[in-house]
Ligand binder design. Structure first.
Ligand code: NDP
Length: 288
């Protein structure tokens, strides 16, 4: 992740020097949820580390949906903002889908806009941005020298945020892709066929060592809190894969938490998306 950060810092420097354009990321947070505050401050800190300008928008828990949308429209119109992140979840009185759909598609770094997902799904089309965690999964594979083309890949989970876009990226990379979800019969035997397993079901240690083909590459996106009385907090985080068992069988497996640090990579790639956004605005400017 240090390498990626250096690469991004280098690109940011290049954009600033050559085009006088500093990539800007607006991070919008509503209310005081502890976990959201944590994620947001990580994102803002990461921006600072690579000299991306972050615009902090902190709104109170009781902000109206109209005021939040007005804020999004202002950011859409702000030429110094190339990416907009709205931290989820939003308070109950706000319609998340409505707010996210108001983010201009050129600034949709989290790729929640249906048009972006649609383009991701179509042959020969490219979305403006790639969703961060899925992009992180593919980046992890490629940086570890694991080839995807022609391989059998099984994606466990089909959410809009992780499972679906990961499966589409794998398909674009010429894997033969199977999706496993909560209605799949005999997931074990489907998963055991896979050369590449990506787990994002949110089910603690669901995938056992015996479910994994020897030598397979395993990416564990799942992040689950389970009771652990030996910890001061009373819990610890585990993945969707039984890591101890998987290590004995798999060719390559990512730990949860830490190790390769999916979360960090995903976060840095979010910022990479912002840099891409700034590049895009330079391109558009030069055209007109
Ligand atoms: P969702 O709850 O939105 O989706 C879970 C998916 O897994 C669904 O498609 C569901 O199927 C499927 N599923 C649930 N149970 C099973 C089962 N027993 N067997 C097979 N499939 C099952 O979760 P997300 O996609 O948002 O997140 C998944 C996990 O990844 C979570 O643990 C989350 O914390 C973690 N995460 C980690 C990130 C990171 O950067 N490290 C980023 C985002 C998420 P169905 O569609 O039928 O309901």
């Amino acid at each position: 992740s240090m390498t990626i950060r250096n690469e991004i810092a280098e690109e940011v420097r290049h954009l600033s020097q050559k085009y006088g354009k500093v990539p800007g990321l607006a991070v919008v947070i509503v209310g005081n949820r502890k976990d959201s505050q944590g994620y947001v401050s990580m994102k803002r800190k990461a921006c600072a580390e690579v000299a991306i300008k972050s615009l902090d928008i902190d709104l109170p828990e009781d902000v109206s949906q109209d005021d939040l949308i007005a804020e999004v429209h202002e950011l859409n119109a702000n030429p110094d903002v190339h990416g907009i992140l709205v931290q989820l979840p939003l308070p109950k009185h706000i319609n998340e889908e409505k707010v996210l759909s108001e983010i201009s598609i050129e600034k949709d770094v989290d790729v929640f806009h249906p048009l972006n997902i649609g383009k991701l799904a179509m042959k020969g089309r490219e979305p403006l941005f790639l969703p961060c965690t899925p992009k992180g999964c593919l980046e992890l594979l490629s940086r570890s020298g694991i080839s995807i083309k022609g391989k059998k890949a099984v994606m466990v989970g089909r959410s809009n945020i992780v499972g679906l876009p990961v499966s589409l990226l794998l398909l674009k990379a010429d894997a033969t892709v199977t999706l496993v979800h909560s209605h799949s019969h005999d997931p074990e035997s489907i998963i055991r066929e896979a050369d590449i397993i990506i787990a994002a079901a949110g089910q603690a240690m669901m995938i056992k060592g015996s479910w994994i083909k020897p030598g397979a590459a395993v990416i564990d996106v799942g992040t689950n809190a389970i009771d652990d009385s030996s910890r001061k907090s009373g819990y610890r985080l585990v993945g969707d894969v039984d890591f101890q068992e998987a290590c004995k069988v798999a060719g390559w497996v990512t730990p949860v938490p830490g190790g390769v640090g999916l979360m960090t990579v995903a976060m840095l790639l979010k910022i990479k998306n912002t840099v891409d956004g700034a590049k895009l605005s330079v391109l558009l400017q030069n055209k007109s």
